[in-house]
Design a binder for this molecule. Structure first.
Ligand SMILES: [Zn+2]
Length: 129
């Protein structure tokens, strides 16, 4: 009598897929710029609204304010510029400086902030906002 030698294993990977950031969806409205999928971007980056807003305030040198899942920038900024700002945040505060994986969190107190990677264990200092 025949028996199956083994059961096929589900093809599941334990490692995270390569990090996928949703494309920034921004538009200029009057004298302001609206990032329409700000909530999606926050979710993908797993960072707080407050931290990202602080960064963008410095990056653009203007007031930014979250508004029901969207983000309003004071001033007119093109899509490329806005995308670039988010990419810059990602590189500095989300992706591990050593291995490039997104499994990180920001830790530290008394002014010194470190980006700690769960994947490779690296700790990299990050600029305080
Ligand atoms: Zn790492």
């Amino acid at each position: 009598m025949l028996e199956r030698a083994y059961m096929s294993l589900p093809k599941e990977s334990l490692t995270k897929e390569r990090f996928q950031m949703p494309a920034v969806d921004s538009m200029i409205q009057g004298s302001k710029t609206l990032v329409r999928n700000f909530d999606q971007l926050l979710k993908a980056m797993e960072r707080t609204e407050e931290h990202v807003c602080k960064f963008l305030t410095k990056e653009f040198g203007t007031a930014v304010s979250p508004d029901k899942g969207k983000l309003v920038l004071n001033g007119k900024f093109g899509l490329i510029q806005v995308t670039h700002a988010f990419e810059s945040y990602l590189k500095q505060y989300v992706l591990c400086h050593e291995c490039g994986k997104p499994d990180t969190h920001i830790m530290g107190e008394h002014g010194v902030k470190m980006l700690k990677c769960q994947a490779c264990g690296a700790m990299s200092p990050v600029r305080k906002l």
